[in-house]
Design a protein around this ligand. Structure first.
Ligand code: GCV
Length: 658
């Protein structure tokens, strides 16, 4: 048994930084501890050190003679933990099914202490729903981050892996504290610099990154380019049927696993948005994926193969091709053909992380293929970490989305079930507060909590985050604001699920026809009398991809959820909604309300002045100014657009620009 007390020496690099409220995120430091309990450790020394780090930075009211015991307990499931307080309240045992489980137990213990303040009443055990809880960083070799709104990459600089070691450790700690256990460190849009990760030169640096994350139970994933055999292998083709290409992938896998034996695997974006894939050689996706997957098999590596495939060169005059159908049409017919170590990574919706879309019909549809659900924490279309947007609310809706008459998406998620991994595009960068908007830390936190357990509610998760981050008397106010933020943003955005009315390429602010005549397959087709796409069997036929129960739900105007009406139906502006308003009046009303709600957020936030860290207060206050400007722009552009199309006045006579 390893026994230690407050005299233990903590290495400089392992210590939690105490430099700012925003930096410490949900692992806040209160005040240095005066009465550290004795810790008995019987397992993973790193977990013990973490426990001490945390306790040293927080003053908890422990009773005299309070002790903590850390034990490995192999009868618990891997990564699972158990916290038990003795009947006299004087001993807390943290058990882990393995080393990572023990570490998770330590972090959970801290969370419980911080939230309740009562060390004598902590009893909890938990096991993650899925064994793969993954962040994808879309970081480029030059240090920029695709769809990143939080500064530059934490990993890359000047064409190489380049990072602040202490900061990376603090990052690993934040991620481990919410149960993340795999991360990719380079963009799925792989470019020649990041393609070098498969070479000895690139691996030398990656090995060091792996060393930082390993003690925290986090494994690395490498995003690789399908054309790597040509780019870095010197071959003339990347055709997966070519023996030399097979050999290239085998050698690449051997090289990588020699250096990083616990690498989680490779991630590939193929045949998507100008990235080469098997289609270019006349093969289906399984043929392309399997050649790489087989090379990873001897090392238990996983190939994450993305399903974000559609025609990005569509002619807007073509009303038959329907982008949301593409992923299902591509992958469903080849269900069962993938190697056993391939996991298909499916975006939650058939479009692209819009503020409102139905779930992808591919999720749960392939009985013989392993699947991962992909979410986006980065706010590409949802306010870019300038506007407040709590993804947790939307994710809860996604989990609750029906799969058929008896099961919802939440029921599909689990290690032995259809969806065995939960992935998200990350929102972090080298900004001091990690996430650009301080309150966007709630999104990173919520992702980890939901990946662990999708049965939590958004309210529980956001409340937990607020309680860990902010003083007690502000928690309910901040939680409520976060809960409201998704609907507020939606109100001033594209109406009723139609999506995409956003400025092209950079995706912030309104441009109603921005994508309307472009090649990306994202059309609303508004004219002077109607808007929307008929995706029923009479229209593009997209609804037929769903299970019959869900298909019927969407096909029928009476049962189609109103917030998705324009995703599935083409409707006249005078169509009457359930609340008696016309569709057009709904558009006007929601856009006025959206701005009013942002104004209300500002007042609410101002009521917190003096109660929270000044710097954090001012930072969020400034973000709200940007959000208000954005909301007004959306309101006026959208309302004017529809007023000009229809010539119909707002029935409340509010200002609409002509
Ligand atoms: C990484 C959308 C984004 C792209 C992103 C792509 C993807 O199209 O705008 O920036 O590329 O999704 O998910 O691969």
């Amino acid at each position: 048994m390893y026994c230690c007390n407050q005299s233990i020496k903590i290495s400089e690099s392992g210590a939690i930084k105490m430099n700012s409220f925003s930096y410490n995120a949900w692992l806040q430091h209160t005040s240095p501890s005066k009465n550290l309990p004795e810790i008995e450790s019987n397992g993973y020394e790193f977990a013990t050190q973490e426990c001490l780090n945390i306790l040293q930075n927080n003053s908890f009211p422990f009773k005299e003679n309070y002790t903590i015991s850390l034990n490995l307990n192999p009868s618990l499931p891997p990564e699972g933990y158990k916290l038990t307080t003795s009947p006299d309240g004087l001993n807390l045992t943290i058990q882990g099914g393995d080393e990572t489980g023990l570490l998770y137990g330590v972090y959970r213990y801290l969370f419980r202490l911080r939230i309740t303040g009562n060390a004598a009443d902590i009893n909890e055990s938990s096991v993650p729903a899925v064994s793969r809880r993954i962040l994808n960083h879309w970081d480029n070799g030059d240090g920029s981050v695709e769809r990143g709104y939080s500064g530059n990459s934490l990993f890359w600089k000047n064409g190489k892996l380049g990072y602040n070691l202490d900061r990376l450790k603090d990052y690993a700690r934040l991620l481990a504290s919410i149960g993340i256990n795999q991360i990719s460190v380079n963009n799925v849009n792989v470019r020649p610099t990041t393609a070098k990760l498969l070479t000895d030169e690139g691996l030398t640096d990656l090995v060091k990154v792996a060393e930082v994350f390993r003690p925290f139970g986090i494994k690395l994933i490498i995003s690789v380019h399908f054309d790597s055999p040509v780019w870095i292998g010197g071959l003339k083709t990347s055709d997966p049927a070519d023996d030399k290409v097979k050999q290239f992938w085998e050698e690449a896998a051997t090289r990588v696993y020699k250096q990083i034996p616990d690498l989680a695997g490779f991630l590939v974006k193929a045949d998507s948005e100008f990235n080469l894939g098997p289609l270019a050689f006349g093969h289906t996706q399984d043929v392309g994926a399997n050649v790489i997957a087989k090379a990873l098999q001897p090392y238990n590596g996983i190939l994450y193969w993305r399903c974000f495939i559609y025609n990005c060169l569509q002619d807007w005059r073509d009303t038959v091709t329907d982008r949301p159908k593409a992923a299902y049409d591509t992958f469903f017919p080849i269900d069962g053909k993938f190697a056993p170590n391939v996991i298909l990574q499916i975006k939650h919706g058939p479009s692209d992380f819009q503020v409102r879309e139905p779930n992808s019909p591919l999720l749960g549809a392939m009985a013989h293929t392993r699947q991962a659900l992909e979410l986006q924490i980065s706010q590409e279309y949802t306010g870019q970490q300038k506007d407040l947007y709590a993804w947790a609310v939307q994710w809860e809706e996604i989990f609750s989305h029906p799969f058929n008459e008896t099961r919802n998406t939440r029921d599909l998620i689990g290690s032995e079930k259809e969806i065995e991994a939960v992935v998200a595009v990350c929102n972090t960068g080298d900004d001091d507060n990690w996430c650009g908007h301080l309150l966007a830390q709630a999104n990173l936190f919520a992702f980890g909590r939901f990946a662990w357990n999708s049965h939590l509610t958004s309210k529980q998760v956001l409340q937990e985050w607020s309680a860990l981050t902010f003083p007690k008397d502000t928690v309910s106010t901040i939680t409520q604001m976060l809960l409201d933020s998704r609907l507020t943003y939606e109100k001033y955005n594209a109406p009723l699920g139609i999506g995409w009315m956003v400025c092209i390429h950079h995706h912030y602010g309104p441009s109603v026809d921005g994508y309307e005549y472009m090649k990306w397959g994202t059309y609303h087709r508004a004219d002077s009398t109607a808007i929307g796409i008929d995706r029923t069997r009479q229209g593009t036929g997209y609804t037929a991809q769903y299970q019959p129960y869900v298909r019927d739900l969407y096909e029928n105007l009476d049962t189609c959820p109103e917030e998705l009406l324009l995703y599935f139906h083409r409707l006249n502006y005078d169509y009457t909604l359930k609340n008696g308003k016309t569709l057009l009046q709904h558009i006007y009303d929601t856009h006025f309300e959206g701005v009013e709600e942002v104004e209300a957020f500002i007042k609410i936030w101002e009521s917190l002045k003096g109660k929270i860290d000044d710097e954090a207060y001012n930072h969020v206050r400034q973000r709200f100014d940007m959000q208000l400007e954005n909301a007004k722009e959306w309101r006026d552009v959208i309302n004017s657009y529809f007023y000009r199309k229809t010539g119909i006045n707002d029935n409340k006579g509010r200002k609409i620009y002509n």
